[in-house]
Design a binder for this molecule. Structure first.
Ligand code: MAN
Length: 524
């Protein structure tokens, strides 16, 4: 109540003329800015109720340049309401709705100029001209779509056939897969059975191998002890069975840092916390530390540790330390043995070929090898079939248009060249850009989805291309137009690393799209 009282006071203070200015172009009288379809809602003999139903006002308040309705419906012909809509009839061309804020703003928005009624001189009615052009364009499009739709029918037929074939292939592959899995299971059973026998037969050899290893390890140990003791005797000059600090001070090999003397640190290194070592301590503590140094001096061993710990400089004195032919020979032999392959060192059954087994074992090994081979092949066959199934399923899941009109285009590639690049669009796969200078190829996106606004099949989106330097991943929108051939018409990069392609294809020649435009046109 308060609101309407306030309203009537407000309105009474204006001399309102504009609300009575009716748009007389049409047979149906209606306020300025009102479309034919809404004319009945504005009756001069009744109060006006805003479209949202919230307020009812005297009809004289309509188009009085004061906004009464929240939805702007009382001011279709003025710019008083921020959310108002001004309708221009545009006789001779298409009617148009514009935001009422553009009314009398000095810019001709409607081709009939009615939006600038306050200064009628600034706009000329160009609707007939525009209408003529639009009709000619419509005609051209209609003819193009008509011609293209024959090709489209063919694409639809082929697309459906392709889909049908894919479905058939899929069911065949499902059968093949079941068979292949059966074969794989059989081969596995065969392999397991033969491998069990093979394992049994090889057990003897493995045990022998194990024993041989232990024997060799023992032999090695003994050799090492002997070597240690031989060396102990070399340095134990007074032959008292104990190696003292004085005794090692004269042997240059203990001068680990090669500074010309065996100092305390070196003694500690070789003797632990002791003043001397007996044969046992020498074998277990000193010898493992000393042996690598001797080997190094012989050029047989290079430790993996830091270079700093290794002084490769071997002088004459060092040679003196090693002049016992026995020691050198021992080390040589040792080294040679390290390198030589051991008879049963390899537990990998497949490499048992080079080994000598008794005939029965060899037969089992051969049989098992063959069974393993056959199983691996059966396994590979299953994997291949599964991969084919996945590919077909992925294709079957793809949206190739309401009538499969885009199906045959899948995988077809079209190129476009500009000054710098060769662009390549592989339908439903990816878009690339190849520099003419460097020849390097950059991915501009992989098939993502249909992205048209009114008609989803009017644009494709390819996403997740190569990342733009300091920016997002490259992406491409492909706008699809009706055309008699499949062709990339143009490529642009409106924003950095965002590409726009125009593609013509008969798959998009659909008369119903043109007819939609035409029906809008008919509203005239
Ligand atoms: C390349 C091309 C261009 C792109 C720049 C962005 O030169 O992919 O299209 O704009 O990289 O750094």
């Amino acid at each position: 109540m308060i609101y309407s009282t306030w309203l009537s006071q407000f309105h009474s203070s204006f001399i309102i003329i504009s609300s009575f200015v009716l748009y007389v172009h049409s047979d149906v009288p209606r306020p300025r800015g009102v479309s034919l379809s809404k004319a009945s809602l504005y009756s001069p003999t009744k109060d006006f109720t805003c479209f949202d139903g919230t307020v009812t006002i005297p009809f004289s308040y309509v188009n009085d340049d004061y906004c009464d309705c929240f939805d702007g419906s009382d001011e279709p012909g003025t710019s008083a309401c921020l959310n108002g809509i001004f309708h221009c009839t545009n006789a001779g061309h298409r009617p148009q709705n514009i935001p009422s804020s553009r009314v009398n703003d000095g810019v001709c928005d409607c081709c009939d100029g009615t939006d600038e009624y306050a200064t009628p001189d600034i706009c000329t009615d160009i609707c007939n001209e525009l209408g003529k052009e639009a009709r000619a364009e419509y005609q051209r499009l209609a003819e193009l779509h008509k011609a293209g739709s024959h090709l489209r029918v063919d694409l639809i037929e082929r697309g459906n056939k392709k889909r049908h074939e894919m479905a058939e292939q899929l069911s065949q592959l499902e059968k093949d897969k079941a068979e292949a899995e059966q074969i794989k299971a059989e081969k596995q059973a065969l392999k397991d059975e033969i491998e069990a026998k093979e394992n049994e037969a090889l057990k003897v050899y493995r045990e022998a191998e194990e024993k041989e290893k232990q024997r060799q390890a023992e032999e090695e140990k003994q050799k090492n002890v002997k070597e240690a003791l031989d060396n102990f005797d070399r340095y134990d000059s007074n032959k008292d069975g104990v190696l003292s600090i004085d005794e090692i001070k004269v042997a240059n090999v203990f001068d680990k840092d090669k500074d010309g003397q065996v100092d305390e640190e070196e003694v500690k290194y070789f003797f632990g916390e002791n003043e001397s070592v007996d044969k046992d301590a020498f074998t277990s503590v000193t010898w493992p530390l000393l042996k690598p140094l001797l080997m190094m001096e012989q050029g047989m061993f290079k430790p993996a540790q830091d270079e700093e710990h290794v002084d490769p400089d071997v002088d004459g004195e060092m040679d003196d330390d090693l002049d016992t032919e026995d020691t050198g020979a021992d080390l040589d032999e040792d080294h040679a043995e390290e390198e030589s392959p051991r008879e049963f060192d390899d537990r990998d059954i497949s490499s048992h070929d080079s080994k000598v087994y008794d005939d029965e074992t060899q037969r089992l090994v051969d049989e098992a090898t063959e069974a393993r081979k056959q199983y691996t092949e059966a396994e590979r066959t299953v994997r291949e079939i599964e991969s084919n199934i996945r590919n077909i399923q992925q294709n079957l899941e793809k949206d190739y248009g309401l009538q499969q009109e885009f199906a045959t285009l899948d995988g077809q590639c079209f190129e476009f060249e500009d000054k710098e690049y060769v662009y390549r669009l592989c339908m439903f796969q990816k878009v690339t850009q190849k520099s003419k200078n460097s020849g390097s190829e950059v991915g501009l996106g992989n098939w993502g989805e249909w992205a048209g606004e009114d008609n989803r099949y009017s644009a494709m989106r390819y996403t997740n291309g190569v990342a733009c330097w300091n920016g997002p991943n490259r992406m491409t929108i492909v706008n699809i137009h009706c055309g008699l051939e499949n062709k990339v018409l143009s490529v642009a990069e409106p924003y950095r690393c965002e590409y726009k392609m125009e593609l013509s294809t008969p798959a998009a020649c659909d008369m119903s799209n043109v007819n939609q435009d035409h029906s809008a046109h008919d509203e005239l």
